[in-house]
Design a protein around this ligand. Structure first.
Ligand code: RB5
Length: 146
């Protein structure tokens, strides 16, 4: 499994911890930055992760900012991206099962790192539903891209 991960300065510490956590589990992790707590702009890292995902270079992406909001909004501007902000076990499962999210977003000012690891595991261990209603809804999302 190959994963692209990126954050802004607010998500930097969580990115470092998640990268260590995932490499410890023998996953291949591409670290897209940022590489310090120096203030920076979350769209830059959203774009790097999103392009890896739509280019099929990785299985999925992880993005982190203070809330998970700005960085997911930015990632969703890239055609083919379904980035979902996750802050509970339920939203982690639904993001994959219902929404077929190909990027999962976290807020470092919203959840603890232990919660984030738990939700990431749920997301990774959940399958995309092949129920027609979900497949049709995901298709309709991409029809909006024009
Ligand atoms: C940075 O202060 C903060 O605005 C950013 O990390 C994020 O929460 C934006 O949505």
């Amino acid at each position: 499994m190959k994963i692209s991960i990126g954050s802004d300065h607010a998500g930097f510490e969580y990115k470092e911890l998640l990268r260590e956590y995932l490499t410890g589990k023998k996953y291949t992790v591409i670290d897209e930055g940022t590489y310090s707590t120096e203030p920076t702009d979350y769209p830059d890292y959203a774009a790097k992760v999103a392009h890896r995902v739509v280019g099929n270079e990785v299985d999925f992406g992880i993005v982190i900012c203070g809330t998970g909001l700005g960085i997911s909004i930015a990632a969703n501007k890239v055609k083919g991206i379904r980035a979902a902000v996750v802050s509970t076990a339920f939203t982690a499962e639904s993001a994959k099962n219902h929404n077929h999210a190909n990027i999962i977003a976290f807020g470092s000012r919203v959840n603890t790192i232990e919660e984030v690891k738990e939700y990431l595991e749920i997301y990774m261990n959940t399958k995309e539903s092949d129920a027609l209603r979900h497949v049709n809804r995901v298709k309709k999302i991409h029809d909006l891209e024009g």
